[in-house]
Structure formats: C-alpha cells, structure tokens
Design a protein around this ligand. Sequence first.
Ligand SMILES: [Zn+2]
Length: 248
Amino acid sequence: MEIKTDEKIINFIRKRISDSHSIVAVLGIEMLVEGGGCDLDSNDENYRVEEEYGFCPEDMLSTSFFNAKVEKFYRFYKKEILGMQQHSTPAYDALMRLQAKGKLSAVICQNYHGIPQDVILNKVINLNGNININQCPHCDKGFDIHYIMNSKGIPQCDHCKVAIRPGIRLIGERVDSELMTQAAVACDKADVLLLLGKNIYHDRLEYSAAPEHKQLKVLFSKNEFECNDKVDFIIRDDICKLLPLIID
Ligand SMILES: [Zn+2]
C-alpha cells in the first residue's frame, strides 16, 4: 500500500488525535466516491451528463431549473442522484472507532446522500439536506426515497397533487441557518477538525475555531492545486487508506 504522506506527519496527527477530546469530521465528496458513488462535478461526469441531458449537473440541480423544468429535473435526479449507491469504507470504520472512544463530537455531512446505511454514527448534521427526506411544499407531508423512485414521471403529493420538493439543498438556496449554527458551534469546540474531501457546493464554507482556541485542521484533498493557508496539513492520499492509519 503506497502512502504519499510523510511518516512524521502521520505520527504527529495520530498523536494529536490520541490526545484530543473533541473531534469533528466534515464529510465531502471523496467520502461518497470512495464508497462507490460518483462525483458529478468531475470533468468526465459533467461531459457525460451534458451529452445525455443537454445540461450540466450544476444547472439541473438549481432552484431555477427545478421550477422551470421539473419533469426533466426528476428524470435526471432519479437516475443520477437517487440511483447512486454507496457502501461503507475503512474511513467510516475509523470514524466509528473514534465515536466508540467518545472523541467524535459531530459529523458534518456536506453530501446530500448522507452516510452509508450500514454506518452508525450519531450526531450527523446533514448540512445540505438529505435524499431520504422529501416534502410536499403545500401540506409538508413527508415522502421517502422509495416513493420518489417508484413514482412515474414527476413525483406528486398523493393528497395535493403537486410536485414533491426533493430533500436536498438546491443550488441557489441558502444553507439552513439552524443547521449552519449547529455546525459552526461543533467546529468551534473541536480540538481536531478533519476535512474529508471537497464540498460539492462551491460556496466555501469556513469552519474554524476562535483564534485563541488551539485547533489542528487537516484537509484531505487530491487536487494538487488546492492550497489552503487556513489548514495545518493537506493530505493527498485516499481517505480510506490514511484515516485508519491516524486513528488507532
Ligand atoms: Zn401535499
């Protein structure tokens, strides 16, 4: 198993995690990809989707597209978003070990696919919504993912007969302010912040603690152009390979 990260850095981070009392993990797109999902924002996927639907994923996942072309939205959404499967990885096992030790104070999930079904993590903040929670915009009745998948064409509320609103945050919408506050409070208290991959939304959310609070920030990013002076280390290895090495 080839690891790019220097052993001294691995040992340093491992020691800080071992000494830590409060760790927050922020899950980005690489966690989904390593678990079998795909990054619709990658060049190949962007191209493929645009060839098939005539629009790129970012356009189709916007509020304006949903409002103007709901039928096309759901054709794309059901196949490409809801059709994506994900499974657990050694990175999730490592997070569960942290949780068992009482060190994991929150998991902030930026991916609207949430965490894999067989992963048990408490205190998950689904910052950008979740594909499993869908609502009628009129009567607020909830509908699960199976209802959406099994409906023909546009999924409608069985009572109001209007298009159901998907449970994810569409592009152009703000982050739910209550969830944002919960995430910010958790990050502020953490002594170690693990940023596990990139945010699928391009609105760079800043997670940080008050300056007087000593906090170690580790960003996992494969993008070699990524430079971020707000983090202590940038790790280029697969999350599922490296995280088990720094979490005993
Ligand atoms: Zn309704």
